[in-house]
Design a protein around this ligand. Structure first.
Ligand code: NAP
Length: 293
């Protein structure tokens, strides 16, 4: 059996259209949602992510403030810029593209962002609200995965979800969200300290990989009929490709698609959802401002 391919682009497009419609309503009231996008340095992957986000904002009728800073920018300079953006009434959301150069403390920068503008959902206040089930911005990639599961009617109630990875931006929040009552999965979280990863993975109804290790999840690690969500985005050398590399996920797609019931491709699976959820958070930030939330 071959798995059903999850078309992240198609689902993301629906969400982006909804955000565009909401933006139009705001613009009719004289408000244009605006995201400040801060990029420090010129890491090629970060540059391409930022470009894709700005393109999506434009397409939805939103504005962006593109702030590109040299690699040598100091932490204090960056904090000063964030402070200005926090005060700027034209700016509804602030995104600092990660990773930052080593000499800048990421935690300090994330914490400096005003929670009402934290559209990435990484601020400790946003994380706290998420864990407590209170309203607030949800982190884009984990939220995007939940929307994929919902849109495809992949059953989560009582399902066993195995999360491979425990980062602050993907694994931890996603594992937490999956246990919400309305989703109701039972979650196992795996990491580099996990003994016998394959054994845990084989018990999953929903297997989510966010390890950043190309080909980590192979067909023998997947229970027949499981839904497999591949968050990983890895550059692997490919002399035949125009750029000299291609993007692959953490899942051995060719093998696993023969075993799984659903599978996300890389690219075109979770990636487009991350951008769509960001766009949704920006319009939400602008709506909240209008409502005085
Ligand atoms: P990260 O911070 O490097 O975290 C990776 C996690 O995977 C860690 O918890 C690590 O365990 C675990 N891990 C690594 N190798 C493992 C192994 N062999 N067995 C079990 N666990 C292992 O990465 P991240 O930021 O979460 O990103 C993960 C991947 O998703 C990357 O490829 C990234 O590019 C991609 N990503 C994609 C999107 C998107 O929109 N599609 C968004 C964000 C990230 P330890 O904690 O023990 O080190």
């Amino acid at each position: 059996m071959s798995a059903q391919l999850i078309d992240g682009k198609l689902i993301a497009q629906k969400i982006r259209q909804d955000a565009a419609d909401r933006t139009q309503k705001l613009r009719a009231r004289g408000i244009q949602p605006c995201l400040a996008v801060v990029l420090v340095g010129e890491d090629p992957a970060s540059v391409s992510y930022v470009t894709a986000k700005e393109r999506a904002l434009e397409e939805a009728g939103m504005a962006s403030q593109d702030i590109r800073l040299p690699q040598e920018t100091s932490e204090i300079e960056l904090l000063t810029i964030i402070d200005k953006l926090n005060q700027d009434p034209q700016v509804h959301g602030i995104l600092v593209q990660l990773p930052l150069p080593k000499h800048i403390n990421e935690d300090r920068i994330i914490t400096a962002i005003e929670p009402a503008k934290d559209v990435d959902g990484f601020h400790p206040v946003s994380v706290g609200n998420m864990v407590l089930g209170r309203p607030g911005f949800l982190p884009c990639t984990p939220h995007g995965v939940l929307v994929l599961l919902r849109e495809l009617s992949i059953p989560t109630n009582g399902a066993h979800a195995v999360m491979v990875g425990r980062s602050n931006i993907v694994g931890k929040p996603l594992a937490n969200l999956l246990t919400r009552r309305d989703i109701n999965a039972t979650v196992t979280v795996c990491h580099t300290g996990t003994r016998d990863l394959a054994d845990h993975c084989r018990r999953a109804d929903i297997l989510i990989a966010a390890a950043g290790r190309p080909g980590l999840i192979t067909a023998d690690m997947v229970r027949p009929g499981a839904a497999v969500i591949d968050v990983g985005v890895n550059r692997v050398e490919d002399p035949a490709a125009k750029k000299g590399y291609r993007l692959v996920g953490d899942v051995d797609f060719e093998g696993v698609k023969e075993v799984a019931s659903f599978i996300t491709p890389v690219p075109g699976g979770v990636g487009p959802m991350t951008i769509a959820m960001l766009i949704q958070n920006v319009v939400q930030a602008a709506e909240h401002r209008l409502q005085g939330v």
